[in-house]
Design a protein around this ligand. Structure first.
Ligand SMILES: [Fe+2]
Ligand SMILES: [Fe+2]
Length: 266
């Protein structure tokens, strides 16, 4: 079920807790930035397409949107992309060359309705200035987050996400251990290459985010996190040394199937 809340007076969150059987919940977030030229950041999961559009209509008339910032092209981010482009001919998509390339394999984007913003580049959308930034962890080469100069928020895409047992609207309501363990677990699932990074190099990259001093981190997979960037960075710094994730094996799958059929559990 998709619910909405405000992360700031002019920023709404649309969130859907997706169950990961045997593990917990991962929130899937999209964001609406109100302003002279409203921006939608990502478009929900493909499986939630109809519900996402209904939830979106409760926070903004899609006809008023001017931009979609596509942080990357994974199935939990592109759900309502083509439906919104069809509904609103004024909508433009902010993405990268790689984003367009990947979408061309599944649902090609209209080339005359694109703005490319690479990490480090800036775009002005009405009364907001957005600067592209590659987050320190990601699962897709098209990933481009951004900093919104007006709010000071860092939209970090998959980075800083957390596997949770319950999803509050405010990351500050999570206990230290739930936040840390949830974030570390998610990082090992979403970015397994983190186990191969040079720790010192990674720490310097995280320092870059610390020095940016975002007012809040708005991750695609974490409740809104205001004024707690140091905690988020400390969790992520621990991820390279954490236990690598290995998915359930065939015996576990067969046990799951047995339980789903109402059979005995071991
Ligand atoms: Fe992703
Ligand atoms: Fe994602």
């Amino acid at each position: 079920m998709i619910t909405t809340y405000k992360a700031a007076p002019d920023i709404e969150v649309l969130t859907s807790p997706i169950p990961i059987p045997g593990f917990g919940l991962i929130p899937v977030n999209a964001f609406v930035l109100h302003g002279a030229e409203p921006v939608l950041v990502d478009t929900g999961a493909v499986i939630d397409r109809e519900e996402f559009l209904a939830a979106l209509r409760t926070v903004i008339d899609p006809a008023d949107l001017r931009w979609i910032w596509l942080t990357h092209t994974d199935f939990d981010h592109i759900g309502s992309l083509s439906a919104l482009l069809a509904e609103n001919p004024q909508l433009r998509v902010i993405t990268t060359f790689l984003g367009v390339g990947i979408m061309s394999l599944v649902d090609p984007l209209p080339m005359d309705r694109l703005n490319f913003v690479n990490p480090g580049e800036t775009i002005t959308v009405g009364d907001r200035t957005l600067t592209g930034l590659r987050p320190p962890a990601f699962d897709n080469p098209s990933t481009t987050g951004f900093v919104d100069e007006r709010s000071g928020a860092f939209f970090s895409s998959d980075c800083f996400g957390a596997l949770l047992q319950a999803v509050p609207d405010d990351a500050a309501d999570l206990s230290d251990s739930d936040l840390r363990e949830g974030q570390v677990f998610w990082a090992t699932v979403d970015a397994p290459w983190l186990h191969k990074v040079d720790r010192a190099t990674f720490a310097r990259e995280l320092d870059g985010i610390r020095r940016m001093e975002p007012t809040m981190v708005l991750s695609s997979h974490l409740p809104a996190a205001r004024g707690m960037t140091d905690r988020l960075l400390a969790s992520l710094e621990a991820a390279p040394g954490a236990t690598p994730f290995t998915g359930p094996d065939q015996a576990a799958l067969e046990q799951m199937l047995l339980e789903m059929a109402g059979g005995p559990s071991q």
